[in-house]
Design a protein around this ligand. Structure first.
Ligand SMILES: [Zn+2]
Length: 290
């Protein structure tokens, strides 16, 4: 289990903590991202995994899309109610100077001018869509701002991805602290103190702290209990059938045109880079017979 949720004894504060190292590693293996884009997409995937724990059904989905004016282009993460996460970055290779403090310049790669949109598809007729202007493009600040403005939930979000010089992922993780209505000033002050005293997420994982220990540090003074433990992983659910369905939805005329140009279409999955080879004439026949 790499994701843990805890709750304060009085029920007023909930925290989610994740070690997303393996999840981000799998993403890097699929997408061959450069260091800064590994950090950008890794952070967004980590946030999506934590936010997905609030989905009620396995088939519900949550999509986070950051579209800034930086060289990385759109960064997108999708999670379902089973804590399966997938994502992509429009330009996986971005070279940009580190920030003055030596950290990877995620804000520069994504760009601070743009939007963060959050789409929750709960299987209803219309998905729920929220959107805010980006704060910094650093991801955690943008997620925090989203909760504050769109959902009026006081939230602290921390995200970290540590990339080795050889571009492999050393550590990745995050936490998401949320206050339920009714928290007192005193409690808020205590939580602010706790957060200010926390090392970075990747440092805590480096130091070998368990998720439970991190939870106890965030909710220090609140006698927290573990609510549940889950396993979040990178998982792409693309299939021959899914790709064919997408092609069929283009309509018979369009497919016939395509089939004349190239009888076998190669469709690359954005999430896992798998290439599906589809015989278009067979699909055209299928539509005719319907
Ligand atoms: Zn795929």
């Amino acid at each position: 289990m790499n994701l843990l949720r805890g709750i304060s004894e009085n029920g007023g504060a909930v925290v989610c903590v994740i070690d997303s190292t393996e999840l981000v590693r799998k993403m890097e293996q699929y997408h061959k991202t450069s260091a800064v884009t590994s950090a950008a997409l890794g952070r967004l995937l980590t946030a999506a995994a934590m936010m997905s724990t609030y989905l009620k059904n396995d088939t519900d989905t949550l999509t986070l899309r950051m579209k800034g004016d930086g060289p990385a282009g759109t960064v997108l993460a999708v999670a379902n109610g089973k804590c399966e996460v997938k994502g992509y970055v429009e330009n996986p290779i971005v070279e940009i100077e580190d920030r003055p403090d030596g950290k990877l310049n995620v804000g520069g790669a994504i760009g601070a001018n743009g939007t963060l949109s959050v789409v929750r598809d709960l299987g209803l007729r219309e998905p729920y869509v929220g959107q805010i202007p980006l704060v910094s493009g650093e991801v955690a600040e943008d997620i925090t701002a989203y909760y504050a403005t769109s959902e009026q939930t006081p939230t602290v979000c921390a995200l970290g991805v540590l990339v080795e010089p050889d571009l492999s992922i050393r550590k990745a993780g995050g936490y998401l602290l949320q206050l339920l209505p009714g928290a007192t000033e005193e409690e808020i002050t205590q939580l602010e103190k706790n957060i200010a005293a926390m090392p970075s997420m990747t440092q805590m994982l480096e130091d070998g702290m368990s998720l439970e220990q991190i939870m106890e540090m965030v909710l220090h003074g609140f006698n927290p209990n573990v609510l549940d433990e889950l396993n979040a992983e990178y998982h792409c659910d693309c299939s021959q059938e899914r790709v064919e369905r997408a092609l069929i939805s283009m309509g018979k005329a369009e497919l016939e045109n395509l089939a004349q140009e190239e009888p076998v279409a190669e469709v690359c999955c954005q999430f896992c880079d798998k290439v599906w080879k589809i015989e278009l004439n067979r699909l055209v026949e299928q539509i005719k017979n319907q």
